[in-house]
Design a protein around this ligand. Structure first.
Ligand SMILES: *Cc1c(COP(=O)(O)O)cnc(C)c1O
Length: 429
């Protein structure tokens, strides 16, 4: 059994002063009916909570920590930078270094602008696409998450409705009337949007969706999408805030021939510090202020400590030629182990991995879109999650999240995880 006295106390205290006790809703563990462990520290692949429980961490801060917790090289780079001053609000050379590095990796990115979160990156990319095309409507896919800005907080409405309804109070209907919804991996639904509106500025997609569980887009679908955007002078935006430097060195772009017009980044590119970015073709990026007229700004954008942590993370990735092979092998082994254990227990489980990202659904059928994902057995997931946590394995607390392998993990840790999962799956049955 887990000790949880201190976390229970800390959670109650947090709830007095912070709505729901957390600063981002998923952290509250509500969907799995548990008290969230409060974290004391992390080292490598493991985190330790304030009751002294140690967990093998498959969340890795929801993606950013590709080298695991408290990586010495990234830590050193951040400390060296912070000793020279935390922020200037003036240009520093490390911003150009990180920008140049990212532009050299992605053929789709000729210029890039840094912000402080993925939310900001996508919100700004959309403004740029609208300013560039002089059109207002955007297409987003059900089940894709692009941060919490107003016009993107739209999910599946009544299925038939193409135009979205806001999925949160506080978002006026008027704000989302320019957001059209389509079904993931379903090009017909996108064509329908282009038929309904002549005013589409951009199509926004997670090319490997990680926020409805892990659901990669089909290559045919992405190619058809690019063709449609091209025909209608709409900007194709790849949201790689999660998949960037996670699915491969080239993110999702390592899996497709399609070259997007704008790409958004976050998570890994900050090495654990708050960083987001959006970049793309020079012609489009030049419309951004102060070069162009589309306004976008940030007091802490390109913060030198965050940029140093990011720059050293990406450089460490580039130096480590075997990194993605290793992460890919471990993720595949983990998912294979889960699948076999589920089969033996007579439980239907769908598994998937892309590079260091993995996902599994308690579902009878392969998951290709959000509607499929929603048919998963979330009660079963909650039992699985609790069983794993009690055995010292920390997974994202929802059926509809992606898990992450980090470089600090090894074959032995994966085997232990599979053994624990086999035990839990037997008990579920
Ligand atoms: C996490 C995420 C975001 C939002 O990033 P934040 O840094 O949480 O604002 C946007 N898009 C995708 C695909 C993400 O996974």
């Amino acid at each position: 059994m887990l000790k949880s006295k201190n976390s229970i106390k800390a959670y109650a205290k947090a709830k007095e002063f912070i709505p729901g006790g957390v600063n981002s809703p998923v952290r509250a563990f509500l969907s799995v009916n548990q008290t969230p462990p409060f974290i004391a520290e992390g080292k490598g692949a493991y985190i330790t909570d304030i009751d002294g429980n140690r967990y093998l961490d498959f969340v890795q801060s929801w993606g950013p920590l590709i080298f695991g917790h408290a990586d010495k090289d990234i830590e050193k780079a951040a400390i060296k930078a912070l000793k020279k001053g935390l922020s200037f609000g003036a240009p520093t050379e490390v911003e150009t270094k990180l920008a140049k590095t990212l532009c050299s990796i992605f053929p789709s990115v000729e210029k890039i602008r840094f912000v402080s979160s993925g939310t900001e990156a996508v919100m700004s990319a959309i403004r740029l696409a609208r300013g560039y095309t002089k059109k207002d409507d955007i297409v987003k896919f059900k089940g894709c998450y692009h941060g919490h800005s107003d016009c993107l907080l739209v999910q599946a409405g009544s299925g038939a409705a193409t135009f979205g309804a806001p999925s949160s109070p506080g978002v006026p209907k008027d704000f989302v009337k320019h957001t059209l919804l389509a079904d993931y991996n379903d090009i017909k639904s996108v064509k329908k949007c282009f038929k309904e509106s002549q005013n589409i500025a951009c199509v926004l997609i997670e090319p490997i969706a990680g926020n409805m569980g892990l659901v990669p887009a089909d290559e045919d679908f992405l190619q058809a999408l690019a063709k449609l955007c091209n025909e209608h002078n709409a900007v194709l935006i790849f949201d790689e805030v999660m998949s960037g430097f996670r699915a491969s060195l080239y993110g999702a772009q390592g899996f497709t021939k399609v070259i997007p017009d704008i790409v958004t980044f976050g998570k890994v590119i900050g090495g654990g510090m708050p960083v987001g970015a959006f970049g793309g073709k020079r012609e489009i990026m030049s419309h951004l202020s102060p070069e162009g007229e589309v306004y976008q700004a940030g007091t802490l954008s390109g913060n030198p400590v965050a940029m140093s942590a990011g720059f050293h993370s990406i450089n460490k990735i580039l130096k480590n030629k075997k990194l993605y092979d290793k992460l890919d092998t471990l993720a595949k082994a983990l998912m294979r182990g889960f699948k076999e254990s589920a089969n033996r227990a007579g439980i239907s489980l769908q598994v998937c991995s892309r590079g260091s990202m993995f996902g599994f659904f308690f579902n009878e059928k392969e998951v290709k879109n959000f509607d499929d994902a929603l048919k998963s057995d979330t009660k079963r997931f909650a039992v699985f999650h609790k069983g794993m946590l009690e055995r010292g394995f920390y997974f994202a607390c929802s059926q509809f999240e992606t898990g992450f392998i980090c470089d600090a993990m090894n074959e032995k840790m994966i085997q232990k995880t599979i053994a624990a999962a086999a035990e839990v799956l037997r008990e579920i049955k």
